[in-house]
Design a protein around this ligand. Structure first.
Ligand code: B4P
Length: 193
């Protein structure tokens, strides 16, 4: 199986590039942001709790997110692999992901992190906020999301670095250019489609 962690700050293009990777490699897409937004849209108790946290730009608790991931991995064992988009976001989540995959004799193949400067992130997210009305794409929340990423999520990169699975990709340029860089990394990691 090919199991990819797509990593990077908010607005770095994780959701955008995931779509292209799935199309090429037929992976199961697991985006914790999308899963949480589905709960919000359905008005569940979990969704109500999550919305308040997301609107502040903070991270939803590890227990909730890990529970969602475990359920998704369990229910999708017949495909050619997974793309984890926006997960793990804490070292605790990374450890749990390792355990969940190990239960199926699987592991993360490669962790790809998209490198984009802060000014560009803010620009992209403000634009999306205007176009879609997404409630966490406003100046105050964007700034907090980037700060939370630097403090709580960046250590996840060192976790994979220690396992020699961390690959950095320049995340500025056209969507196709960036996708080309990602494909190179995937092929180098030992997979050809
Ligand atoms: P996410 O849904 O993961 O949102 P995100 O980090 O902002 O990235 P997203 O994938 O949406 O944006 P993308 O970079 O593709 O998380 C939202 C919230 O959910 C978090 O703040 C947190 O509260 C919670 N959450 C999610 N996962 C969690 C977890 N594991 N643990 C705890 N809490 C969790 O794209 C952004 C914009 O850039 C788009 O408009 C796109 O069109 C544009 N873009 C993309 N590529 C571009 C390019 N090359 N050039 C120009 N624009 C580009």
């Amino acid at each position: 199986m090919l199991n990819i962690v797509l990593f990077g700050p908010p607005g770095s293009g994780k959701g955008t590039q995931s779509e292209k990777i799935i199309e090429k490699y037929q992976l199961v897409h697991i985006s914790t942001g999308d899963l949480l937004r589905e709960e919000v849209a359905a008005g569940t108790e979990l969704g109500l709790k999550a919305k308040a946290i997301m609107d502040k730009g903070e991270l939803v608790s590890d227990d909730i997110v890990i529970g969602m991931i475990r359920k998704k991995v369990e229910g999708n064992q017949s495909g050619s692999g997974f793309i984890f988009d926006g997960f793990p976001r804490t070292v605790e989540q990374a450890r749990e992901l390792r355990q969940v995959l190990a239960d199926y004799n699987e592991e993360v193949t490669v962790m790809i992190s998209l490198d984009v400067p802060r000014e560009e992130l803010v620009k992209r997210l403000l634009k999306r906020g205007k176009e879609t009305g997404r409630s966490d794409d406003n100046m105050e929340t964007i700034n907090n999301r980037i700060d939370v990423y630097n403090k709580q999520t960046l250590p996840v990169a060192y976790y994979y670095e220690k396992m020699r699975k961390h690959e950095k990709v320049e995340g500025v340029g056209s969507i196709d250019q960036i996708f080309g860089r990602i494909v190179e990394v995937i092929e180098k990691a030992g997979h050809s489609s």
